[in-house]
Write a protein that binds this ligand. Structure first.
Ligand SMILES: [Mg+2]
Length: 239
């Protein structure tokens, strides 16, 4: 991994970067990880803020909508330690047996020509959860790096805040917005990245309600559609 050398040695033009969200993007929503996580977060709110259940659920939704991450509201308004929260929520998720390797995903990533594009993970999860999911999916080898939400630093920086996208660009060594490609299942994350002039793909799985106004230029229902949307990044058929 030498993110900087290619942009400074002048020999080859820098590769564009394709950023992949992880949760509900690299595995389908019907894995119900989101529901499991939401439940643990509701419990966390109820216990740590001593709230009745309905208030806990409501406040969780409110923070999620306002900040993109429930934890950001907890840090801002309740001085919660994000790493303790992470241990009780993300790291406590029973993911083994729920997130499994998928041949289609492995084939898709293997068919991408990494001499033409660099694959990079971009997640609002903390690094533990992100690495755990990628390991369970058995796709670590395809990505050259990861930009995650660092729960050990305040203020937290996460999607859809522009600073998170700029952090991802810096981490992955890409300088131009037009060299950034991105797929995410979150409307807000897609919209914000497109406003930065990234080329963004909103993943709206079948069975999930499509937004009235598309979040971004591209909208797909399956990651397989990346093959036809960005043929320039895939290996040519051999025969
Ligand atoms: Mg997601």
């Amino acid at each position: 991994m030498d993110a900087n050398s290619e942009s400074t040695n002048g020999a080859a033009p820098p590769r564009p970067v394709f950023f992949f969200d992880i949760d509900n993007c690299l595995y389908p929503k019907n894995a119900r990880v989101h529901d499991l996580m939401a439940d643990l977060i509701d419990k966390y709110f109820a216990t740590h803020l001593s709230l009745p259940w309905d208030d806990a659920v409501r406040l969780h939704r409110e923070y999620y909508q306002n900040y993109g991450l429930a934890i950001e509201g907890l840090v801002r308004h309740h001085q919660i330690d994000p790493l303790e929260y992470n241990a009780k929520v993300d790291d406590a998720l029973p993911l083994d047996g729920i997130i499994k390797p998928r041949d289609e995903l492995k084939r898709l990533l293997a068919d991408i020509d990494t001499s033409k594009v660099k694959l990079w993970l971009l997640t609002n999860a903390y690094v533990n959860h992100a690495k755990r999911v990628i390991r369970l999916l058995e796709v670590e080898e395809y990505f050259e790096g990861i930009t995650y939400c660092d729960y050990s630093k305040t203020p937290l920086v996460c999607k859809p805040h522009p600073d998170m996208y700029l952090k991802a660009m810096k981490d992955s060594g890409v300088e131009k917005y037009e060299d950034c490609f991105f797929v995410d299942d979150s409307y807000g994350n897609c919209k914000a990245s497109q406003e930065l002039r990234w080329t963004t793909v909103h993943l709206v799985e079948e069975g999930v309600k499509a937004p009235r106004t598309p979040a971004s230029k591209h909208q797909i229902s399956d990651l397989e559609e990346l093959r036809t949307t960005f043929p320039q990044f895939f290996r040519q058929q051999q025969d």
